[in-house]
Design a protein around this ligand. Structure first.
Ligand SMILES: Nc1ncnc2c1ncn2[C@@H]1O[C@H](COP(=O)(O)OP(=O)(O)OP(=O)(O)O)[C@@H](O)[C@H]1O
Ligand SMILES: [Mg+2]
Length: 249
């Protein structure tokens, strides 16, 4: 059963065509990477799928529903999650409080004080599982702003999974991390995501080749190659792009 289906999707900004007739599908649990040169349209594609940008033409189907015109919060409630931006977090609050707030935000009910959230055993147990998965349970009482940048990125990443989504969109999840931390990131994302599908874009080829079941290559707004990591690394067109000849795609 297909989880996500993108059909002939195009996006123009004024006269500038950024995505042209993009079509692909993702299966439940699949880890799908989107790679391509700067300006290829990767972030734009994630934004159109997530609902932050509207499509100029074409359709997005998710879990058998046509979601092309739905706003991001409705997509989230259907199980289509997106990485938190780091500036959605509360830096002066403790790590645990940030996770509890993200967990609570994924629920459909009303406002509560943070103090009462801590007493919610189910939320706390879920927060503990997530924090243990990324190795941050020991730091749960630290203020977020006292953590290293890498640990802050882990909290940000973790918050994308709090609503138990079916699919998470991640834009450059390891950007800005030192190489050593970035290479461990693939394991963390795999553990955290479990059965959740991921569509992620990245320039970090270690992350791409360690995490992806399948890789799609976007160039000037078109998918020019798609395959498993072995097929993509052997593809002559892709090799040319990554040897620097961007104009060849
Ligand atoms: N809101 C916008 N208005 C006009 N043009 C835009 C807008 N957003 C993106 N673009 C243009 O669309 C093209 C694709 O941008 P996008 O950010 O999707 O590329 P990308 O593949 O994510 O690049 P990078 O690898 O650098 O993150 C670029 O030419 C960019 O300048
Ligand atoms: Mg981008």
């Amino acid at each position: 059963m297909t989880l996500l289906r993108v059909e002939n999707l195009s996006k123009h900004f004024g006269g500038l065509g950024v995505l042209t007739e993009v079509s692909f599908a993702a299966e439940p649990g699949e880890k799908l990477a989107l790679i391509g040169p700067n300006g290829a349209g990767k972030t734009t594609l994630l934004n159109v799928i997530g609902g932050q940008l509207s499509a100029s033409s074409g359709d997005v189907w998710f879990d058998k529903r046509r979601i092309t015109a739905l706003p991001p919060n409705k997509r989230l409630h259907l199980g289509l999650g997106r990485s938190y931006q780091i500036n959605n977090l509360f830096f002066t609050l403790r790590v645990l409080d940030n996770v509890l707030l993200a967990l609570y935000g994924g629920e459909k009910s009303h406002f509560r004080m943070l103090g009462t959230l801590v007493k919610r055993g189910d939320l706390l147990a879920h927060a503990r599982r997530l924090l243990e998965t990324v190795g941050l349970w020991e730091k749960r009482f630290h203020a977020l702003d006292s953590l290293s940048y890498g640990d802050q990125r882990l909290v940000e990443l973790l918050c994308a999974f709090t609503s138990r989504p079916k699919l998470v969109l991640l834009d450059e999840p390891s950007a800005g991390l030192p190489t050593a931390e970035a290479s461990a990131f693939a394991d963390v994302i795999r553990r955290l995501s479990g059965e959740t599908a991921i569509l992620f874009c990245a320039h970090d080829m270690d992350l791409v080749f360690n995490l992806a079941d399948r890789i799609m290559v976007l160039c000037f707004g078109r998918i020019i190659a798609s395959g498993n990591p072995q097929e993509i690394s052997a593809d002559p067109k892709v090799r040319e792009i990554y040897l620097g000849a961007d104009d060849k795609c």
